[in-house]
Ligand binder design. Structure first.
Ligand SMILES: [Zn+2]
Length: 579
């Protein structure tokens, strides 16, 4: 996503005075569970924790059917939820924000009892639901969802021509802001879902999945039917109702058979035809590195929206004003981002990382954002070469705060800070340098994607994969960059009198022993510091002794032993190995 991030980026790219005013911390990192938006702390906790009434079942499919009234700004419908019990029980948890009404919940025609607690709806069944068996309930609801969060969750707006423009974007606030769902990341409906949206005739709904058909209902409404053929995370489920023009890419289907479709407002149609052509280069690049577009049966769509953009699965939303960079600006400041439309590349990259490979808990959201931000640089590499890619990824350094670890507390609905994007990407670029073999690196990340596509995973799964497939113990590196606040610092102590330099890592992880290239860029020398001092000879003076900080995201601390010592070993800092 780019929701809060984009607002944050705006601050950086805006005039300094504006940045000053607006640069209050987005939100202090929560020490305890706090609501993401308008939720109470308890509601947020219930949304964050994978409690027993979520864990006792496994989603099989959703059939979501809603009618949206732009005038009343209301929504009404039902979600048919099919699930398999993993443990026998009489209760499950489904979520719906408290400002929406539960009209009824039924199974086999029989109304079910339920209890609402914050955003959770605990549904009680008259008899035991048995482990291994499948059940289907219909959850009917209605109401006027309140816009919350930075993008409103669901907003009832108008386009510049005055037509209704109703869109959803609910990653922060949760899918239950507008539809009854299992509002968490761990469990996705194995068999996908059907989405049917009724909108006033004359408007178009563009949702996730393959377009099935439109039906004029004869009462002023038209129903738009979509079929999602893959598991989908609930926050990705989206409706976009507007006076859209639809066009297909003229080369649609040539990209490994991916159908490519676009939805834009009539006034922006020509701009869209030009700008959206960048989707081809995106598909070329990411299919090159990771393999086939993950949702080929559903196709790929770009849909114009009034906010910046969101990775809605197979229905990527776009609001970057048909400009390159971010809103036309070189947002990374190194001259590369103006070459492409950052929102098209970033949000579409999430189809691979975020939508196909999904974190099980928001705590490990770097699995979406760190990876996706990193693969922006692979798009650059594919189009312009490695040197530009390295320059691009290093442009993120100015955006990293290093104020808290990237991974937050599990089961607590705690979204990580923006470091998950930029430090996450720089960490992956570092990992590439640790592997130090591009052929192996590209195979690793390709195979990583293939291993985990259509699954939900945690960082432990990522680490285990890279350890096993690289043959290295990378756990300390993952831990240092993701679970600690500080960057690794390479401490260098030069002793020019004897032509030596001592080196070690200053880190939190005692097992940290990351290799790093040092010395002369024309002839890098790879050393493997640990937390203990080591010594090597060097003829390069301290001020000319370089470290490949474009390849490894680290701090470097140089120190020079000033006093000439007669006993050379005495100039080695304490703790240095005896030679
Ligand atoms: Zn993102």
């Amino acid at each position: 996503m780019r929701s809060r991030l984009l607002a944050w980026l705006l601050l950086f790219s805006a005039a300094a005075s504006l940045a000053q005013t607006a640069a209050t911390p987005r939100r202090p990192l929560p020490k305890q569970t706090v609501p993401v938006s308008g939720e109470t702390a308890e509601a947020s906790r219930l949304r964050g924790v994978y409690g027993p009434y979520r864990a006792n079942n496994d989603l099989q499919s959703y059939k979501l059917h809603v009618r949206v009234d732009p005038v009343a700004q209301s929504i009404q419908g039902d979600n048919q939820i099919r699930f398999r019990m993993l443990a026998s029980d009489r209760r499950i948890q489904i979520d719906l924000y408290p400002d929406l009404l539960v009209d009824k919940i039924v199974m086999d025609g029989q109304p079910l009892k339920y209890t609402r607690e914050g955003g959770a709806v605990f549904i009680d069944f008259p008899g035991m639901l048995h482990a291994g068996d499948e059940y289907t309930i219909d959850f009917f609801y209605s109401g006027r969802p309140k816009p919350v969060g930075r993008f409103g969750g669901i907003t009832f707006g108008k386009d510049p021509a005055g037509n209704p423009w109703i869109v959803t974007s609910c990653e922060d606030d949760g899918s239950s802001i507008w539809w009854p769902s299992k509002d968490q990341w761990r469990d996705e409906p194995d068999d996908g879902m059907e989405i049917s949206v009724e909108a006033p005739t004359g408007l178009t709904d563009a949702s996730n999945g393959k377009f099935v058909g439109e039906t004029d209902l004869g009462d002023g409404y038209t129903r738009w039917d979509w079929a999602v053929h893959y598991p989908i995370n609930s926050y990705d489920v989206s409706l976009n109702i507007g006076k859209y023009e639809h066009f297909s890419d003229p080369d649609s289907g040539k990209y490994s058979g991916v159908p490519v479709d676009f939805y834009a407002l009539p006034a922006d149609l020509e701009k869209a035809r030009t700008q959206f052509a960048q989707a081809k280069g995106m598909l070329d690049a990411f299919q090159h590195y990771f393999g086939e577009y993950p949702f080929i049966k559903d196709g790929y769509k770009l849909i114009q929206v009034p906010y910046t953009g969101m990775e809605h699965q197979s229905a990527v939303t776009y609001g970057n004003h048909f400009t390159n960079g971010y809103y036309g600006r070189d947002w990374t400041g190194v001259g590369i981002s103006p070459r492409f439309d950052f929102i098209i590349i970033h949000e579409s990259g999430h189809e691979w990382f975020g939508n196909a490979v999904t974190a099980r808990d928001v705590s490990d959201m770097w699995i979406h954002e760190g990876w996706d931000t990193y693969i922006e640089s692979l798009y650059v590499e594919y189009q312009y070469g490695k040197a530009d890619a390295i320059q691009y990824v290093n442009g993120f350094k100015s955006k990293v705060t290093n104020k808290s670890p990237i991974i937050t507390e599990h089961n607590a609905n705690q979204q990580p800070t923006e470091d998950q994007y930029f430090k996450g990407a720089l960490f992956l670029n570092t990992l590439r340098s640790v592997i130090d073999d591009d052929k192996q690196w590209f195979k690793l990340i390709h195979d990583y994607y293939q291993q985990f596509k259509y699954k939900t995973i945690m960082t432990e799964d990522v680490v285990a994969f890279f350890n096993e497939h690289s043959g290295m113990n990378l756990t300390p590196e993952f831990n240092q960059y993701l679970r600690h606040t500080a960057l690794p610092t390479l401490e260098l102590r030069f002793d020019p009198a004897v032509g030596r330099v001592s080196y070690r890592w200053k880190v939190d992880e005692v097992e940290f022993s990351m290799p790093v290239k040092v010395g002369d860029p024309a002839h890098w020398q790879t050393v493997t510091p640990t937390v203990d001092w080591q010594v090597m000879p060097t003829a390069i003076p301290a001020d000319q002794f370089q470290v490949a900080t474009d390849l490894y995201y680290i701090n470097v601390l140089k120190d020079v032993v000033k006093d000439v010592q007669k006993d050379a070993s005495a100039s080695v800092p304490s703790g240095a190995p005896k030679q």
